[in-house]
Design a protein around this ligand. Structure first.
Ligand SMILES: [Cu+2]
Length: 210
């Protein structure tokens, strides 16, 4: 069955987020060393062991992924040309794992897809993070909501419409900022050579782990 991504603020989006919460709960039960665990998926994006212990994400007795996994951990590409292609591949793998987890739940649909948060709708309410992430309990009012973070642990949950611009998409020349993750030499090339090198260097590294 084809997967269709729906607006998170719609009724169908609420249903998708309910399945999502249940699947996230399952992935949270798995240890960091499991490549399909919630924590491992987070570590692909970024991982600082001491920081995770301080924030109660892992215990100091928890095993960490072996050094060989460093080629897929801490890979997030920000402030470089690779921001969009890297996150596209990352989201694709992430969504596939969640979809498989949803399908394995009792009554789980086989066409689950990650809903999108349309913060560009023009409705001020859509600048707030969907309520599925701020409610302590699931829709049934009984079970704890795995998506919930207490206010002091949340990042920004509301956006300023002025922060959101897609002007950069019209820029044919992308640049990088200095830093350990910046792929400076390649990112400073024009969009066309970068597009040629990105699929072979970034995306397969992320996806090949599955
Ligand atoms: Cu990122």
């Amino acid at each position: 069955m084809p997967r269709v991504r729906v607006d998170a603020s719609s009724v169908a989006g609420g249903t998708m987020l309910n399945w999502y919460a249940q699947a996230v709960g399952k992935l949270m039960e798995k240890p960091l060393t499991d490549r399909t665990s919630w924590r491992y998926l987070g570590a692909i994006h970024g991982f600082v062991r001491d920081g995770w212990i301080a924030r109660d994400i892992i215990e100091d007795t928890d095993a960490v992924p072996p050094p060989g996994d460093n080629r897929v951990l801490k890979q997030c590409q920000h402030a470089t040309w690779y921001f969009l292609p890297w996150h596209r591949g990352y989201l694709h793998a992430f969504e596939s794992i969640i979809a498989a987890t949803v399908k394995a739940l009792p009554g789980g649909p086989d066409d689950w897809a990650l809903p999108y948060w349309n913060y560009l709708s023009g409705d001020p309410d859509d600048l707030e993070i969907p309520a599925a992430f701020t409610a302590p309990k699931m829709a049934n009012g009984v079970d704890d909501n795995p998506l919930y973070l207490p206010p002091d642990k949340r990042p920004h949950t509301d956006l300023d419409a002025n922060w959101i611009k897609l002007d950069a998409m019209a820029n044919g020349r992308f640049t990088s900022v200095p830093g350990p993750r910046a792929l400076a030499a390649e990112s400073r090339t024009s969009i066309i050579p970068a597009a040629r090198s990105a699929p072979s260097k970034i995306i397969p590294t992320t996806l090949s782990m599955y």
